[in-house]
Each structure stands twice: as C-alpha cells, then as structure tokens.
Design a protein around this ligand. Sequence first.
Ligand SMILES: [Zn+2]
Length: 455
Amino acid sequence: MYRVNAVKLAVDEKADERPRGVNEVARTVIVRSAPLPRRTFRAFVELEGMYRNMVEQLVLYAVNNNVTKFTRLKAEKYREVRSLYPQLPSHYAYTACQDAAERAHSFLRLKRMGRARKPYPEVRSVSIWLDDHLWRAEGLTSISMTTHKGRLRVSIELSKHFLRYVNRGWRLASEARVKLDHKERKLTLYLTFKKEVSEYRPKSYITVDVNENAEAVLIDGVVYLFETNLSKVTLGYYYRRKRIQEKYDRAYGPGSRPARRVFRRLSNNEKALKREIRWKLATLIVRQAARRQAAIVLEKLGKEPASHMIERIKNLQLRHRIFQAAFKGVQRAIDEKAREYGVPVIYVDPRNTSRVCPIHGAEIIYGKDRHGVCSRGGETWHRDVVACYNLLLRALGGDGGSAPSRLRALIPVDGGPVPLGPTAAHEPTLIARGAWARWRSLGATSDHKLMRVSA
Ligand SMILES: [Zn+2]
C-alpha cells in the first residue's frame, strides 16, 4: 500500500483568491405520457404535420441562403410560415425557426467538412419545440399544451428519474420538446431541468491522470488505478469493423448498404459503452471530491482531433491523437459532473508530469510495465503515481505550469521532508472495471468500498 505518511500536503486557504464561479447546470429528462384518447392524439398528429411542414420549408430556405442564425431566419421567414397555418398558435412558427436554424447550422457544417451525403438535410424525425407560451406543467402529474384545438391536457407517468430532479431543487425550464409515439399513442417529453450551483473553496485536491487503459486518481494520499480499457475498446471495435468490411466488400462490393448498417450499429454500441464508462467513473470521482470539499486537478490537453481519424489508425501518431480524443471525453465528463456538484476543476500543464520524480525533481528512467527508477534517489515509481503527484504539485503552485493564483503548499515538498515514505512500494491500487462499475448502483456503499480497498 502506498500513501503519504510523512507530511500532509496542505493548502493555505486564504491564498486562493480566485472568484468562485456560479454555474448554471442543465439536464434533459425524458418523461412519457399516459396513452392518449384517439381524438386527442389525432390533434397532436395534425400539429406534428404542420410543424414538420414549417420546419422543412424553413430548413430548405436556410440551407439555400446559407442562414444559420435563428434571428436572421426569423426576420426573413417568420411572417410567411406564420401565415401558412393561421389556426396554429403563433409561437410554433417561432420555435420552428429555432429548430430549423439549428438543423441548417449542423448540416452546413457537415457540408463544409465534405461529410454531407445529400444536397439537403432530411427532416426525418421531428420533435416539436415548445416555449413557455406553448406548454406548462400542471403540478407534477400533468402538463398542458396549447394547440390549434385549444389547450390540451396530458397526464404524464412519474418516473424515479424525474422525481429525483424535482426533489433535489432543480427547476423546470420553459423550453421543452415533445415527440409523438404513434404506435402507443403516447407523447415523449424532453424536459429540461436547471440549477445554479456555486463552486466551493477547495480544502484539498484530487488529481486525475488519464491514460489509455486506466484513470489514476490520487485521493487522500492513495493512488487508485481505475481500469477503463478505453484503448482496448477502441481497438477492439476498430478490428471488428475492419473484419466485417472485408467480408461485406467481398460479398456486396465496397460501401454497400448492409455494411453501412452494421457499421452504424457497431459504432453506436462502441459510443454507448464508452459513454457509460466515462460517466460512471466521472460520477465516482466527483462524489469523492464533493465529500471532501476537494478540487479536481486535470491535465490541460491540446486541441481535439477529428473523430474520423480513427479510420487510419495504423499511423502511430494518429493513434496517439485518437487516444487524446478519448482522454478529452473523460475530462469533459468529469468537468460536467463537477459543475453539477459545485466541485472546482483546475487544469494544469501536463508537460513532463510522468518524467520527473516528485520528490527529487530528477528524471525517472523507465523500464517496462510502466515502472521506473529515480535517477537520484534510486526509488522505484509507477508512472501513473508519478503523474498524479506531479499534477498535485503543479496545482499547489510548486512549479510553473498554469497553476491557479497564489495557491501554495504550507509545507515545502521538494527538498524538505518527503511526502512519500522512502520504503513504501510506489504502487497504485488497481481496481478492475468490473469492480468499480458496480459501485454507483450500490450508492452509499461506494465510499465504504473505497475504504476497504485502501485498508
Ligand atoms: Zn526520487
């Protein structure tokens, strides 16, 4: 076991005079309605048809005239689409302009990158955008919507997820979207909850070093290595795609429709798996930080590479960039989760964080298995442990980097008493994905588990 046993790194709280930010956090929650009576549902189907028609016309106009801004689209087309359906509340023409502007914007962007397959965007699935004039919540169990048939009331199925936001002080925002489920005669509502969260002043730090297959996290002087296998997932899917491509190309010729379908499914699976890994781990780390009123320290990464780079993975450099992209995803998840909990996040310069001994400042000579020896002290280090400690030192303002203003360690680390026991094995505690992935569902017991691992 590996922990700080000589000196506790402490922070002079008064030295940190950064203004503490207040963030607005928004989350979309999906709620379903009870099955609607035929007549009511028919009214919604009519509404959907009119809305779709407005959006289609607006998108066509926007793409032809290179309009990507809602304000311009509204100025040029609102009157016209408004007059198409005088029986419809006017705000539908307004939200249709917002909807269309966003569609045109993302289509034109794809087109610029040469990735648009069709000359015009298809308005395939429609969700009707609502604003505060078009709907309101009636208590917790129903909503009402203004339509061409007057105000229609719809009761919604309460879900645990929905109630959790209500109970935790989130407020329901006025913007919402609604989609029709024609098969079950239900509405699917996309509601937005918002909350203002202010950052606390950190009492300590949790540093996170992300690498290809694990995230190393320094908590209370212990480095945990949470296995993610992100590169294995990425490469695994890459080789599967390649195998399938060869098979389909032989059978149907290159770029066939069935091949594209299989590819789409595979890449959806890959995305979903990665997203789950990222969010679970982000939640775990952020909760630990919030409990300790700690700030999270992350490496400042460079610009994000395009995701289609993945197709040419052979090149080593590209491979590196792809994994950088994956790291960015991990960081984004932590950042977003942190905002929700008011956890401050600090980005520091990542240069050489795993090359220099955090005690002696001398270079570490690495052999295999991510292990190295300090060229001055001769002690053995695990690469991720080194990185975590150096990130901490940088956050404390120990060396250069882009450390926050005037944070400093009360007790000097380099030179003086060492934070790490010289005889300790500088080894992180590895926690397999199968183990930590279950923690969230166990909720309150996660901390207990973390204690047990470190014991
Ligand atoms: Zn050393």
